[in-house]
Design a protein around this ligand. Structure first.
Ligand code: C2E
Ligand code: MG
Ligand code: MG
Ligand code: MG
Length: 279
């Protein structure tokens, strides 16, 4: 038994596991040079207004064009950036790049788009987060209403009162706030009650079996009613099929973001898609 146990334990430190942590270390060390070397890129995934069928805006999603490993998913490096604190400069880069993109699109005649960016808990723990966001907005001369910040409930885990104060200041600033990944983790209705939110984003895990799970449909339907009564718009993430789309449409969801319309794409492809949709 002992031998077996030892073997099991040692499996944790098998050569392949060492490779994983070696790779992680490699990525971690590569973060700063990658920012300097302009290896990060934002992709944009359209959010479609279900009533009008028009593209309402986009979520900016970061990717790392690694010279050796190819395109790296944010799921593989955002946790490392959060662990090391690198998410602070990276998060600023994301917001600035998204704001500049809004301006570029404006110069191409597209003025109606809102763009959302994802925010990490660590960014909210920064003392000057509001000033930082404000200065990026004025430096790039976008209208604050064009910016949407996507938050997850994790930002309330550390110091909820402080977080709430910051969110109120951001609301004053005029940016839009969105609660991301709702329906996962410990999603609590008290967040909806206390945060000045514009959008509620229902997580894709919620949508996953909605076609066959009647109870999920009823929860979905009820959440849309709650959100609307609290003056929020509902965005459903991860919609891939016509059946899913039909159900969320039936239950009065406002906006859809999912492969059914488009995966995240480059800024150039995004604007091409936008024009195709409009005409
Ligand atoms: P998220 O904010 O919930 O973003 C939505 C994710 O769902 C994106 O994954 C998107 O590509 C994916 N998705 C959208 N529609 C569908 C669909 O129909 N089917 C499926 N299977 N997936 C769909 P992505 O781009 O890999 O990003 C993963 C996560 O990484 C994001 O989840 C967000 O938490 C984080 N992330 C991405 N960019 C940033 C960033 O700039 N800053 C921070 N802090 N986090 C980021
Ligand atoms: Mg998001
Ligand atoms: Mg999400
Ligand atoms: Mg997510």
């Amino acid at each position: 038994f002992v031998a077996k146990k030892q073997r099991n334990t040692s499996r944790l430190y098998s050569p392949s596991m060492k490779d994983v942590s070696k790779r992680e270390q490699e990525l971690e060390n590569g973060l700063f040079p990658a920012l300097e070397g302009e290896q990060f890129v934002l992709y944009y995934q359209p959010k479609v207004d279900l009533k009008s069928g028009q593209i309402y805006g986009a979520e900016a999603l970061i990717r790392w064009r690694h010279p050796e490993f190819g395109m790296i998913s944010p799921l593989d490096f955002i946790p490392l950036a959060e662990k090391t604190g690198f998410i602070i400069p990276l998060g600023e880069w994301v917001l600035r790049t998204a704001c500049r993109q809004i301006k570029t699109w404006e110069q191409q005649g597209v003025t109606a788009l809102t763009v959302s960016v994802n925010m990490s808990m660590l960014q909210f723990q920064q003392k000057h987060i509001v000033e930082t966001i404000q200065s990026i907005i004025s430096e790039t001369a976008v209208r604050p209403e064009q910016i949407e910040l996507e938050l997850t409930e994790t930002i309330f885990m550390d110091n909820p009162d402080h977080t709430l104060k910051i969110l109120r200041e951001l609301q004053q600033l005029g940016v839009r706030l969105s609660l991301d990944d709702f329906g996962t983790g410990y999603s609590s209705l008290s967040y909806l009650q206390n945060i000045p939110l514009h959008y509620l984003k229902l997580d894709k895990s919620f949508i996953h079996d909605i076609v066959t799970d009647f109870k999920k449909q009823m929860i979905f339907k009820s959440l849309v009613v709650i959100a609307h009564n609290l003056n929020m718009k509902v965005v459903t993430e991860g919609v891939e099929t016509d059946e899913e789309l039909q159900i969320i449409r039936q239950h009065k969801c406002d906006l859809v973001q999912g492969y059914i319309y488009s995966p995240p794409i480059t800024a150039e492809c995004f604007i091409e898609l936008y024009h195709k949709h409009v005409s």
